[in-house]
Design a protein around this ligand. Sequence first.
Ligand code: 9MR
Length: 347
Amino acid sequence: MSPGLHRRAFVGSALALGACNRRADAQPAPISLPPLKSIARFPVGACIQAVHLQDPELARLVVEQVSQLTPEWEMKMEYICQPDGSFRFDGPDQIAAFARTHGLRLFGHTLVWYDQPPGAFANLDESRVRFADAYRNYILAVVGRYRGQAVGWDVVNETVEDDGGGIRDSLWARRLGKLEHIVLAFQHAREADPDAVLFLNDFFLETHPEKRRAFLKLAETLLKAGAPLGGLGTQTHLAAGDQKGLIKAAIADLASLGLPIHISEMDVSLQEGGSRAERLTRQADLYREAAEAYSALPARQQFAFTMWGLRDRESWRKREDASDAPLLFDVNGRPKAAAAAWVQGLG
Ligand code: 9MR
């Protein structure tokens, strides 16, 4: 059976079952899908926290469904960098070990984030350690530790202003320079790992075209400055009320530079957009559109498609609003209509 037929047969039966049940006004029928990674032509990722791996059902779902893991927070400065300036790696090491054991790719997230300047950096005694040296040392230590395993890194996260105005203010920008701290971060990451693909990653690139323009302009500036930028990450945190067509336009636009594209954190919140049933339909439509748009890219630009979690139970958005359900699998790990739509979008 060709992969296409395989995919269509499963999706067809899932959608047909759903339709029968709507007529009977019963509980939605269970949706049966092949593992996402078995039918996508590109790596499929999910974020994870080390503590979540203690749940055997979630661990099983992860191994079954995805081929790449992004640590949800344990590779960030807020976790690694301790108040006295020392580093801890127990959480990210557990995730890296799990990925190795199960043959999954590891993706590093994230080295420099305006939102996470730890006290150790903010209060650095520059008479003892230069800020620029501490910055380089941090990046070398973190990237170097996973060298040979991490296939890529979000080197700089969320650095573009939402109104497209330019590079955000941050501790890093103030101390090292707005553009300079970004160029340096890419250079240090490259020094630590010659093979990892180095990403600029941001959010709202679908819903805010002016931000997308600024993001692309920054990418071009970095390339001209000789920064080893290797890919563009679009987080793709959407809401069910978001307009149709935004994802396709964004992916096509982002791909115009020719760099690999990572859909790096997709989820679709139900917090806005009509009745609950309408929101679930819109959610499925957006997942389908994302899979279609990503599938349309040339293979060399398909780095990976990552969801910001697999089960609704672990989603950061559910922690903010208990009624939210932004992911492909419900709280019990059963595939939702959104999962069937995503599979359908693969073509
Ligand atoms: O989902 C993550 C949540 O568990 C963390 O508490 C939070 C702060 O570290 O970060 C969340 O992930 C964010 C990601 O790192 C960057 N893009 C936005 C994500 C959702 O806030």
